[in-house]
Design a binder for this molecule. Structure first.
Ligand code: C2E
Ligand code: MG
Ligand code: MG
Ligand code: MG
Length: 283
């Protein structure tokens, strides 16, 4: 009996493994095709100054077109892109599209403060990253202060010193660094002090239901005190309801992002969102 059960468990396990492998190859092939066809696309979600109710910036969020499935989300392809090294090319295409879009918004009179791009720690392994970022900024005639790179704390814990060094180089160029998904990693407050960033993005798990969730209220208030003490600016992610936005306004949380204001959109739709909500060149 036991042997039989073990046998079927083994078959189940091995089929599970091969399905995961098949998915991985499928996604890898899809990313390669999308990179070649120019169908890796940056979508944009507005970041608002909460008190003024105006858009100050946008975050670029990658989407990949798979011919049989349509646009697929980053949760499915970023890990594969990281494993295969395709993240270098993908990251550069997104960065280029983000800078191009920002340039177009400015040329059309929407004077945003910045465009934010997510950076994988794998990209920080590349010695030439700062030079390639500088080349993209030059190509679009953008000052580095208009670009913000978002890095997660969890990712950085892998190889702290080398990555911190790369981030300092980028900061030295004048590019802004934001700590993404703040509060979800395992770093200590002491680590925050050394982290070369000017902003924290508070993860949406802490914002969810904030107006009625005493635990999240305690966590958020502590995070805001920490951020303030170390001189970081703050953006709250994942604001979905007016009640959440009102609660954040009462705490003087400076910036917000979330479905309440707009979902991530293709560049042509984002331009309409800029018109609808209005812009402000930052605070
Ligand atoms: P993230 O950088 O924390 O981005 C925020 C995510 O939250 C986005 O998911 C966004 O669509 C989602 N979001 C925004 N507002 C709301 C809201 O009100 N409610 C809810 N439920 N979700 C909201 P998305 O686009 O699926 O991206 C997921 C993650 O993938 C990103 O998290 C980021 O870590 C990564 N990612 C996206 N684009 C890139 C990229 O170009 N390069 C790298 N390395 N990572 C990327
Ligand atoms: Mg981000
Ligand atoms: Mg985040
Ligand atoms: Mg995230």
């Amino acid at each position: 009996e036991a042997k039989k059960a073990g046998g079927s468990q083994y078959r189940f396990f091995s089929r599970g493994l091969s399905e995961a492998t098949a998915e991985r190859f499928f996604v890898e092939k899809g990313i390669r095709r999308a990179l070649d066809n120019g169908t890796v696309q940056a979508y944009f979600q507005p970041i608002l100054d909460l008190a003024r109710g105006r858009i100050v910036g946008a975050e670029a969020l990658a989407r990949c077109w798979f011919s049989d499935e349509g646009w697929i989300p980053p949760g499915r392809f970023i890990p594969v892109a990281e494993e295969t090294g395709l993240i270098h090319e993908l990251g550069e295409q997104i960065l280029d599209q983000a800078c191009a879009a920002f340039r177009t918004w400015w040329d059309n009179g929407f004077l945003l403060e910045r465009v934010a791009v997510n950076l994988s720690p794998i990209q920080l392994d590349s010695e030439s990253l700062p030079d390639r970022i500088q080349a993209i900024l030059d190509h679009h005639d953008l000052a580095p202060c208009h670009l913000e790179l978002e890095v997660t704390e969890e990712a950085l814990l892998r190889d702290e010193s080398a990555h911190l060094h790369q981030l300092r180089r980028l900061q030295g160029m004048g590019v802004a660094i934001a700590l993404d998904d703040f509060g979800t990693g395992f770093s200590s407050p002491a680590y925050l002090k050394r982290f070369p960033a000017s902003r924290m993005k508070i993860d949406r798990t802490f914002i969810n239901g904030i107006d009625a969730d005493p635990d999240n209220q305690t966590i958020l208030q502590s995070l805001l005190v920490l951020a303030d003490g170390f001189g970081f600016r703050v953006t709250a992610e994942g604001v979905e309801t007016q009640a959440e936005a009102d609660y954040l306004a009462d705490l003087f949380c400076q910036e917000v992002q979330g479905f309440l204001f707009a979902r991530p959109q293709a560049p042509q739709d984002f331009q309409r969102t800029l018109q609808r909500i209005g812009t402000s060149p930052g605070s």
